[in-house]
Design a protein around this ligand. Structure first.
Ligand code: FES
Length: 97
């Protein structure tokens, strides 16, 4: 194993988990996770933050009933029920890290 620092100071993992139709558990793909991840990534790039902030696509983050779900680092903070309206605040928080 080799260890070295990441080239970004903060990261957000956006759940885009898709479950088969009829699955008893909800999934973030059905609650807007994919669109949210795309929009967040575009906003990070358009604001020139892509050097310090990384937007990752994630599988299930374990809070499916509260989707769409994201987790922000380095704070390790869950973001539940994220909407488009929340994106400016999320970007602001990511910029502080
Ligand atoms: S499917 Fe998104 S948190 Fe589980």
């Amino acid at each position: 194993m080799r260890k070295f620092g990441t080239p970004f100071s903060s990261a957000i993992f956006v759940c885009t988990q898709k479950r088969p139709d009829g699955h008893p558990k909800p999934c973030c793909a059905n609650s807007g996770g994919m669109a949210l991840r795309g929009e967040l990534k575009e906003m990070v790039q358009s604001k020139g933050m892509d050097g310090g902030v990384k937007v990752f696509t994630s599988g299930c983050l374990g809070a499916c009933e509260h989707g769409p779900v994201a987790v922000r680092y380095p704070d390790g903070e869950y973001l539940l029920g994220v909407t488009q309206d929340d994106l400016p605040e999320i970007l602001e928080d990511l910029a502080k890290d």
